[in-house]
Structure formats: structure tokens, C-alpha cells
Design a protein around this ligand. Structure first.
Ligand SMILES: NC(=O)C1=CN([C@@H]2O[C@H](COP(=O)(O)OP(=O)(O)OC[C@H]3O[C@@H](n4cnc5c(N)ncnc54)[C@H](O)[C@@H]3O)[C@@H](O)[C@H]2O)C=CC1
Ligand SMILES: CC(C)CC(=O)C(=O)O
Length: 408
């Protein structure tokens, strides 16, 4: 099993998911030597657990699997894919959102590629029988506490952003979201009645010192390899859990003198993200704020259909998934943008398996496909070619296949 450990991955991050236009890509001479080496060396083999899930999940995972296969094969990598039920699909099949067999397969794999879970059909289920509960169980079960969510405005998509060109252009930020703690997991939680006998629902935002320290360290390490700026987002003017968060993050700053640490309240951060997003380099925040702010950041880049993510733990396989959900409103219509999932596969290769050359093949191919004018509906603008999920996948495959070494 390849260790997708934070140590390994953070050390290997030079500029985490820093997508640049194709013309700026490093000379492909390196890739020629890799490809030549691939021809003589025995293939490297990795096992990948695929969790397509619900809604658009199966559509985007299916095209991504082909892209992963091709990019891998060009670098002498063979994948053994094992598809397992998860979310609503698993509920329908087995009665639970995360069957033991699925978690066990995920634990044994080198990496997990997830589509998305959830849908109207299961919305009224009890908490323990919701698809979303399965996702939380997966994250907890694999102990993937660090969720990296890069948001980069690609030059090709600057007109797809809902923000003015001069605001969106050049944005390149990374949200480091704590993923296995906070209010999504805190106890006590549940339903009950208050002293007046009135019905209530309640949750608890709680963070232990070690949970804050480990995510803060990941964020400092990432910031140090990016632009050297870390903004910790909290609600320390109101919440004790945030006051404690800020205290721990501040205490760690002395270990990273090369990183400029700032703090921001989450309400201000939400506003600053649309006012002047270029001020941000790396953001570290808790589970719920990270969930919300990264969805907001996605629209700066043009669409939530563009944003990938990597969820990593101290050891064991990472989980790689788009930041969006199962989009039931467009499911089964071949309208989904598969690029967030395809780019998640690039993160899988880079951060999960340490296969940066294969990852770069995918990143380059996505840029090439956009350069060739292919757009799904969510990122469409006049003058481009409107395609569905499948065709977008096919075009990315063509770009992977036809990558011509720039140095020759
Ligand atoms: N990681 C996961 O699996 C997540 C699952 N969910 C679940 O997904 C379901 C739907 O949730 P929503 O709040 O509607 O969020 P959503 O992210 O699924 O959809 C929000 C909007 O973005 C659009 N969209 C999302 N992904 C797209 C893509 N790849 N291409 C084009 N358009 C895309 C959708 O059509 C929709 O209009 C719920 O059951 C929710 O719990 C929500 C977030 C994350
Ligand atoms: C679906 C939930 C479990 C969480 C969520 O919205 C997310 O992590 O993106």
C-alpha cells in the first residue's frame, strides 16, 4: 500500500496544484525520459478503490477512470480498480451508507477516488441512514483529517467567473480544511427538548489541541511552499472553540518564521473572498467554515465543477474527490462537468501516489482541452464548444494521448 501520508505528500509539494497555462509548462524532455524508462521498466501497480456514489457521481467517475488509466499507462503505471457501493447507492443495495466491505476495500487500497453522494430520495432518512453519514464515516474511518482544496483561476476560464475579470484574474489559493473534527463530528449532538418542553436540535463545535496542531502544521508547510502567507479563519470573537483554535495556531507560528500568519473572522473572510480574493494564498480553517468557503471560492474560478480536493491522513490511503455534491438537478443528463473529478485524479497521482509526472499529464490535458475550446454548460461562454460530460472526458483523453513533447 502506498502511504499517502501528510509527511510524504507535504514534502513533495512544490507548488501545490499550481496550474499554469500550457505554454508555461516545464519542458517535456523530462517526460520523454519517463516514457522511455516506462518502456523498459516493469509497470508500477496501484490499487484504487472507486466510489462513484450517487447523482452525477457515476458519470464523472466513469470518465475520470479512463483518464487515470491512460495517463498512468503513459508513465508505466497499471491500476487495479475496485468499484464499491457508497452513499445512497449503498443504502439501496445493503441498507447502510458505508458498508463494512467498502470501508475495508478503501483501507486496503493505495488511494480512493470518490464521485459524490446524496440525493432527494434519501433526504428524509434518519441521520444514520443518510448518504452523507456514510461520507463522514469514510473520512473518519480513513482518518483523513487534512482536506486540500485548491482554487485557481485558469486564464482560459477567467470569463466564466461571476466576478469581474480584474478581480478574478490570477487568483490561486489553497483552502486547508480540517476534515475529521469540529461540528460535523462533535458530541453531544442530536434532538431533544429544552427546559420549556420545546423540541430542539443541537450540535457541538469542539476541537482538541492535537487536532488543531496537526492541521495547522499541514497548512504552515503548504503555505511555506506556496506564497508564504497563511490566513487562519475562525470566529474567535464569539466561539470558544475558535478562540482555542486561534491560540494554538498562533503558538505554532514561531516554528514557521518564514510564513506570514494572519487571522480573519469567517464572516469577513466570506466577504473578502469576493472583494479581493488575490489577497489570499493559503487559508486554514475548521471543518464547516472550510466546506462553505471553498464552495464560495469555487465560483471565483468559474464553477464548482472545476474544483478538486485531496483528503490526507498521517498514513494510509487518501480520498480524492471533487468539492461539489451529487448535483441531483442535472444527474443522468450528461451535463456534469467532469473536470473537478479529473483534476482530483491528478491530485491522487501527485499527493496520494507520488506520481507527479502522470499527474502533470492530466493537468496539461485539462488545460489543452480548455485551450481547444471545449466547455460543459457550467463554464460555457460564447465562441466555445458546448459538450456534455462524456464528450468532455473523451476530449481530455485525446489531449492526454496526443501530448507532444514541447522540447522537440
Ligand atoms: N462530497 C459530497 O459527496 C457532497 C455531497 N453533497 C450532497 O449532494 C446533494 C446535492 O447538494 P447541493 O447542495 O445541491 O450541492 P451540489 O454541489 O451537488 O450542487 C450545487 C449546484 O452546482 C451544480 N453542480 C455541482 N457539481 C457540478 C458539476 N460537476 N458540473 C456542473 N454543475 C455542477 C449543481 O447542478 C447544482 O446546481 C445533497 O444530497 C448533498 O448532501 C453535497 C456536497 C458534497
Ligand atoms: C456532504 C457532507 C458530508 C459534507 C460536505 O458537504 C462536503 O464535505 O463537501
Amino acid at each position: 500500500m502506498a502511504a499517502a501520508s501528510i509527511q510524504l505528500n507535504v514534502r513533495s509539494i512544490k507548488a501545490p496544484f499550481n496550474l499554469k497555462p500550457i505554454s508555461k509548462h516545464s519542458p517535456k524532455l523530462t517526460r520523454i525520459s519517463c516514457a522511455a524508462a516506462a518502456a523498459t521498466k516493469p509497470p508500477k501497480r496501484y490499487s484504487i478503490t472507486l466510489l462513484p456514489g450517487d447523482g452525477i457521481g457515476p458519470e464523472i467517475v466513469s470518465v475520470t477512470k479512463e483518464v487515470l488509466k491512460l495517463a498512468g499507462s503513459l508513465e508505466g503505471i497499471e491500476f487495479n480498480f475496485q468499484e464499491m457501493p457508497m452513499g445512497g447507492a449503498a443504502l439501496d443495495l445493503t441498507g447502510v451508507p458505508l458498508p463494512e466491505e467498502t470501508l475495508s476495500a478503501a483501507r486496503k487500497a493505495d488511494a480512493v477516488l470518490l464521485g459524490a453522494i446524496g440525493g432527494y430520495k434519501w433526504d428524509k432518512n434518519e441521520k444514520h441512514l443518510k448518504p452523507e453519514t456514510g461520507l463522514l464515516q469514510l473520512r473518519e474511518g480513513l482518518k483523513v483529517f487534512a482536506n486540500l482544496r485548491p482554487a485557481t483561476v485558469l486564464p482560459q476560464l477567467v470569463d466564466s467567473s461571476t466576478l469581474k475579470k480584474e478581480v478574478a484574474e490570477g487568483v490561486d489559493l489553497m483552502v486547508v480544511r480540517e476534515l475529521t473534527g469540529g461540528i460535523y463530528f462533535g458530541k453531544p449532538r442530536g434532538f431533544g427538548t429544552n427546559e420549556k418542553g420545546e423540541e430542539i436540535g443541537f450540535n457541538t463545535e469542539v476541537y482538541a489541541a492535537h487536532e488543531i496542531d496537526r492541521i495547522a502544521r499541514v497548512a504552515f508547510e503548504i503555505a511555506r511552499k506556496r506564497g508564504g502567507k497563511l490566513c487562519s479563519v475562525d470566529k474567535a470573537n464569539v466561539l470558544e472553540a475558535s478562540m482555542f483554535w486561534r491560540k494554538r495556531v498562533t503558538a505554532l507560528a514561531s516554528e514557521y518564521p518564514d510564513v506570514e500568519l494572519s487571522h480573519m473572522y469567517v464572516d469577513n473572510a466570506a466577504m473578502q473572498l469576493v472583494r479581493y480574493p488575490k489577497q489570499f494564498d493559503t487559508i486554514v480553517t475548521n471543518n464547516i467554515f472550510g466546506d462553505i468557503l471553498s464552495d464560495e471560492a469555487s465560483m471565483i474560478t468559474g464553477s464548482i465543477g472545476m474544483l478538486p480536493s485531496a483528503s490526507l491522513g498521517e498514513s494510509g490511503p487518501g480520498v480524492f474527490e471533487p468539492i461539489h455534491g451529487s448535483a441531483p438537478d442535472i444527474a443522468g443528463q450528461d451535463k456534469a462537468n467532469p473536470l473537478a473529478t479529473i483534476l482530483s485524479a491528478a491530485m491522487l497521482l501527485k499527493y496520494g501516489l507520488g506520481e507527479s509526472d502522470a499527474a502533470k499529464r492530466i493537468e496539461d490535458a485539462v488545460l489543452d482541452t480548455l485551450n481547444r475550446g471545449f466547455r460543459t454548460g457550467d463554464i460555457y461562454s460564447a465562441g466555445n464548444k458546448l459538450v456534455g460530460c462524456k464528450e468532455m472526458g473523451e476530449e481530455v483523453l485525446k489531449s492526454v494521448d496526443s501530448a507532444v513533447p514541447a522540447a522537440i
